[in-house]
Design a protein around this ligand. Sequence first.
Ligand SMILES: Nc1ncnc2c1ncn2[C@@H]1O[C@H](COP(=O)(O)OP(=O)(O)OP(=O)(O)O)[C@@H](O)[C@H]1O
Ligand SMILES: [Mg+2]
Length: 394
Amino acid sequence: MARLSKPATDSVRRAESTPQSMIELRGLVKRFSNAAGEFTVLKGVDLTIKRGEFVSIVGKSGSGKSTLLNMVTGIDHPTEGRVVVNGTDIYTGVSESQRSKWRGKNLGIVFQFFQLLPMLTLLENVMLSMDYVDMYDFDERPARAMELLKLVGLEKFANKLPVLVSTGQQQLAAIARAMACDPPLLVADEPTGNLDSRSADTIIQLFEGFVSQGKTIVMVTHDPSLTSRTHRNIVISDGELIDETISRSLPQLRHRHMLEFTKLVEEQVYQPHETIISRNQSVDYFFMIRRGEVDVILQDRKKNDYVISRLQPNEFFGEIELLRGGKSIANVRAGDKPVEVLALHHSDFLRVINESPITAEAIGRIVQKRLEQKRVDDQRAENRKKDNHASKMA
Ligand SMILES: Nc1ncnc2c1ncn2[C@@H]1O[C@H](COP(=O)(O)OP(=O)(O)OP(=O)(O)O)[C@@H](O)[C@H]1O
Ligand SMILES: [Mg+2]
């Protein structure tokens, strides 16, 4: 039998303290007060980011992305909750000046509008971050700063003021500055938001290079072409994180619906080869695969089972029966390893699908494709039977 548990997001489950994690956020709440009163921007965020991960964060304007990053960098402080970065609990028992020093050694920060000092050359801007931290001897700083500018392709512009280079080049210089003290973690808030697509691409390539050297990068972006190049994409909606299995399985869904699903799903675990849906039984749930593989099994006319498809993590099943009504046309069972799925009750699934024509259409296309596949497979089985029959007669 499947083990049922309460709704749980990926992030909640993974929020264990492990030596591999670079960032751990636990129960993070941020409230701001203004003339109209108090309002909550982050509503209990749990998130673990492992070392070496390249993570993008997306969400509508005002959903809390920058506020979340500011909690990680120590630029602002949470109202409640814990933030552990690179093994340091950065708000408990740490003074503001200790935090600044810690930040200089552990973090590179890149903003949308570069924030280079306008009266300093690019080289001086990069050296300035080394001055704060005191990790490198005074004499070696210019050569190191030059190395970094070379890395981002700006050595020829080292002695120019920011205003004399393009915006893309200013951002590259800002990245060189962020990496000046060789931090293990780079945090970037819309680093390509103000750039053309070619400059944006240069920056992402640079980030990919850092990640391949073992750095961890967390980047807020609005650009879907960039999120596809990161290992993980975290969606934030109105101060809450969306389950990553849901956002990947149903990317067309509106964020508020993803969040609704996140709160409604139950996690189920199936052992290898255990049945999840039985043929000819009614289907009560829509399933999304979190871990493991799932086999969809049909029967030919001789009642022999055959696997029509093997579904992977972030794929879904159960939708054909829910959308068309009726009983299951297939057996669905766990593959050779244990399977974790998120199950959403059909009433919740249908309610949201009815409110979201784009998702209904996208799922409808997958249903058509799967039914077509079934028709082709049935036809093949039929032809095989005829061939066998013919060869026996000959
Ligand atoms: N220092 C502050 N004081 C009061 N309210 C704030 C403060 N900083 C952010 N907020 C509010 O918190 C909410 C979330 O802001 P945040 O900047 O985190 O959003 P965002 O997701 O980064 O948006 P954008 O995509 O526009 O950058 C907004 O309603 C914003 O007005
Ligand atoms: Mg922002």
